[in-house]
Design a protein around this ligand. Structure first.
Ligand code: GLN
Length: 202
């Protein structure tokens, strides 16, 4: 597919509006996904940042996990940021005991991993897949990736300070996940990368 893809933003909870705006700027047709029937109208799906325990609880109560897992298993590309990354992870540490995920990304992530002292911070990341220009990344009570399976491509690690080497962006086939919030800044290169993944160009 090389035409304009329709990308849904899961509107259960979180920063939906910011993703809609970033995806539009990245050249996608965007649809907010509020009903399960909306999933089938999309070529791909974004799971926003927010609070993964709340998102998981709402998804369980409203019966979203099955249609989301089916769509993912059928090959629908998905992009999760922060809480969305947690939702796409196969394994979550420091999760609530009943917390479920859609899964699909063969990683172990740890919730709220950066700790209280550095609840929120911004840092420039080197992301070779996006070119030479560093990516300004906003972290808010972010998870990190503690380990990755052999099919997972690491897109970015923290480069500076005591957390240097921490994995914060990954791709596993058509699934993209970041610890941080690319939807909160002006730089839409992660959203453009996702559009290109959906189009089969990357
Ligand atoms: N700490 C949140 C969680 O566990 C994620 C925070 C975010 O998405 N900004 O879901």
């Amino acid at each position: 597919m090389t035409s304009t893809p329709t990308i849904g933003v899961l509107a259960l909870q979180g920063d939906v509006r910011e993703h809609v705006s970033a995806l539009e700027r990245a050249g996608a047709q965007v649809r907010t996904v509020r009903q399960q029937d909306d999933i089938a109208a999309c070529d791909a799906l974004v799971i926003p940042g927010g609070e993964s325990t709340t998102m998981s609880r709402l998804a369980a109560i409203e019966g979203w996990f099955e249609p989301l897992r089916l769509a993912r298993a059928a090959g629908m590309p998905m992009f999760g940021t922060c809480a969305g990354m947690i939702m796409l992870a196969d394994t979550v540490l420091d999760a609530r005991p009943d917390q479920e995920t859609v899964g699909g990304v063969d990683v172990v992530v740890r919730r709220n991993a950066f700790g209280r002292q550095v609840d929120s911070f911004e840092t420039n990341l080197s992301v070779p897949a996006l070119g030479d220009e560093p990516f300004p990344a906003v972290f808010i009570r972010a998870p990190w990736v503690e380990s990755v399976g052999s099919s997972v491509e690491i897109l970015a690690e923290i480069t500076e300070g005591t957390r240097a080497g921490t994995i914060v962006a990954v791709r596993h086939a058509g699934l993209l996940a970041t610890s941080f919030h690319p939807e909160l800044g002006p730089d839409v290169r992660f959203h453009r990368l996702f559009v290109e993944i959906v189009q089969g160009r990357r």
